[in-house]
Design a protein around this ligand. Structure first.
Ligand code: RUB
Length: 307
């Protein structure tokens, strides 16, 4: 029997075998396409039911992932709005929508790197937190352009995503210093700018990213170090526009302490909220924008997310 691609992918996302908002969205889109290709039904109603079930499974894998949600909603909308009754043709609709989304995502990543690399000055020191593929892609671009810069990155407790960042930087020949998260204040005066990725952007322009990001932003402001968020616009969560709070995923205690004393309360939020006032700019595919302008930019560029 064929494996359910939505369940298999959701499991990998939950376990963080697939990590970072972009990679999560790419895996989820691919799962939707595979699932559509595997369908045995010839009824449009049944086909839509299968897609909606996969959507639920994937949405539940991690709560703070609007890029994945925007992508899946778009794919399903295209099927719902298609007057076509033939499932075979609707499978084609899913494929086309998935491929287009992935291509747009790739183009955005490249555009962000082009724009953001200009902010990396020769001989500068760049601070980053966690692992964001959008951030490391930007740094790779700056390196390709011949810029010489150093990176300071946090280890990112509890799951050490900073090690992925550190290895990627070493692989491209960037001098990299690896620090514990609590050394952020110690090093902030020694760097020229701080850049981080995003999991979600709210309608107020606040940014949700790996736990500890808001501390990096706070410390950066105190040290007068520019703090930028590097993100595709589609990490915007349209639900926040209509009053919902972005949910912050809370993960298991054993990630922090495997055999902790039984009465100990351990909390493990995966993300935190950085208020827009601490953000110099969001570097996105439309340029460097103020977090205050996010809703207006979204209306201009991706009005479909508000539907
Ligand atoms: C990863 C994280 C990243 C964003 C952006 O958290 O917070 O900064 O997801 O990444 P986790 P990208 O490891 O818990 O998924 O730029 O790759 O989308």
């Amino acid at each position: 029997m064929l494996q359910d691609p939505a369940r298999a992918t959701a499991e990998k996302i939950r376990k963080l075998e697939i990590q970072g908002a972009r990679n999560v969205a790419i895996a989820a889109i691919t799962a939707m396409e595979t699932l559509a290709n595997q369908t045995k039904t010839d009824s449009k109603k049944e086909f839509l039911k299968e897609l909606l079930k996969a959507k639920e499974t994937l949405f539940a894998s991690r709560e703070t992932e609007p890029l994945m949600r925007n992508a899946i909603r778009l794919i399903i909308n295209q099927v719902e709005e298609n007057p076509e009754k033939s499932v075979r043709k609707l499978v084609g609709t899913v494929s086309a929508a998935s491929q287009r989304f992935l291509m747009d995502l790739e183009n955005s990543k490249e555009r962000i790197a082009e724009i953001g690399a200009k902010r990396i000055r020769n001989k500068s020191v760049v601070f980053t937190h966690c692992h964001s593929s959008t951030v490391t892609n930007l740094l790779k671009k700056a390196k390709q352009e011949g810029k010489n810069f150093d990176v300071v990155c946090t280890e990112t407790r509890p799951l050490f995503q900073g090690r992925i960042t550190a290895k990627e930087m070493l692989d491209i020949g960037v001098k990299t210093t690896f620090i514990v998260d609590s050394a952020t204040r110690f090093f902030m005066n020694q760097v020229d700018l701080a850049i981080v990725g995003a999991d979600a952007i709210t309608s107020e322009g606040n940014v949700i990213n790996k736990i500890g990001t808001s501390t990096v932003a706070l410390v950066a402001q105190e040290a007068r170090t520019p703090f930028y968020v590097i993100s595709e616009l589609l990490k915007f969560d349209p639900d926040t526009m209509y009053g919902d709070y972005e949910k912050i995923e809370e993960r298991g205690a054993t990630e922090i302490w495997e055999d902790s004393p039984s009465k100990l309360i351990i909390r493990n939020p995966a993300f935190d909220v950085t208020r827009r006032d601490f953000i110099h700019g969001i570097i996105c595919e439309e340029g460097i924008i103020s977090p205050h302008s996010i809703t207006e930019v979204m209306h201009r560029k991706y009005s479909w997310v508000f539907k």
